[in-house]
Design a binder for this molecule. Structure first.
Ligand SMILES: N[C@@H](CCC(=O)N[C@@H](CS)C(=O)NCC(=O)O)C(=O)O
Length: 200
C-alpha cells in the first residue's frame, strides 16, 4: 500500500502532478495534511508521520520515504509503463539519477539562499549560484524540448518545479521549458486538485 502525505500548494503538489502523469492516482492514497504556512496559518499535523511534519512524505507498505527527489524517483520506477522513468540498466540512468541528486543537493539550497538574500564565499564555493544552475539547465535543454530530448521524465517535473513557484527566470530557453512542463496534464491536474476543497 502506498500513501502520500500532501499539503496543497506545497512541495508535495509536484508529487500529485507526478501521480497523475503516472496514471497512479488509484494506486496511491493521498492524505491531505496541514503544515505551518508563512502567513501564520496552518500548523503541524499530528496525522503526518514525517519526523519533522513536512511534506511530501510517502509510506510504502509501512516503509517511510522522505525527500521529493527520492519519492519521485521511487514512484516513477514503480509505474514504469508511464514512461516517465529511465530504468536501471539504461545507459542514461546515471545521468537521470544525477538530476535528482543535484536537485536535492544543490538546486534547493541555492534557490533558498538566493530567496533569503544569503551570500558567502563558502556557499558559492560549495554550491555555485543561481546563474550556474540556469546555465546547467540551458546546456541540458540545448537538444530539448526536455532534459532528455523529446522525452518528458520525472526529472523535468522535479527540476522545473521551483521556477513554477518562484517565477520564471526570464531566459527564453528556460522559460519555454517551464511553460511546457506547466502545460502538462499532471501540472494542470495538481493545480485543480489543490484548488478543490476537501475535508482533510
Ligand atoms: N527537501 C524537502 C523539503 C520539504 C519541505 O520543506 N516541505 C515544506 C512544504 S513546501 C514543509 O513541509 N514545510 C513544513 C515545515 O517545515 O514544517 C523535500 O523536497 O521533500
Amino acid at each position: 500500500m502506498l500513501t502520500l502525505y500532501h499539503a496543497p500548494q506545497s512541495r508535495s503538489t509536484r508529487v500529485v502532478a507526478l501521480l497523475h502523469e503516472l496514471d497512479a492516482l488509484d494506486a496511491v492514497a493521498i492524505e491531505r495534511v496541514t503544515i505551518p504556512r508563512r502567513d501564520g496559518s496552518g500548523g503541524r499535523d499530528p496525522r503526518n508521520p514525517h519526523p519533522e511534519g513536512k511534506v511530501p512524505f510517502l509510506v510504502h507498505d509501512g516503509v517511510a520515504v522522505r525527500e521529493s527527489s527520492a519519492i519521485m524517483l521511487h514512484l516513477a520506477d514503480l509505474f514504469p509503463e508511464a514512461g516517465l522513468t529511465i530504468p536501471p540498466g539504461h545507459p542514461q540512468r546515471g545521468a537521470y539519477l544525477g538530476w535528482f541528486a543535484w536537485y536535492a543537493g544543490v538546486v534547493e539550497p541555492v534557490m533558498v539562499f538566493e530567496a533569503a538574500g544569503l551570500a558567502h564565499p563558502a556557499l558559492a564555493a560549495t554550491f555555485r549560484d543561481g546563474e550556474a544552475l540556469r546555465q546547467r539547465l540551458r546546456e541540458a535543454l540545448a537538444e530539448g524540448p526536455f532534459l532528455f530530448g523529446d522525452r518528458f521524465t520525472a526529472a523535468d517535473l522535479l527540476l522545473h518545479s521551483p521556477y513554477a513557484w518562484f517565477g520564471k527566470p526570464g531566459d527564453p530557453v528556460l522559460d519555454a521549458w517551464i511553460d511546457r512542463c506547466m502545460a502538462r496534464p499532471g501540472a494542470r491536474f495538481a493545480a485543480d486538485f489543490d484548488a478543490t476543497p476537501r475535508s482533510a
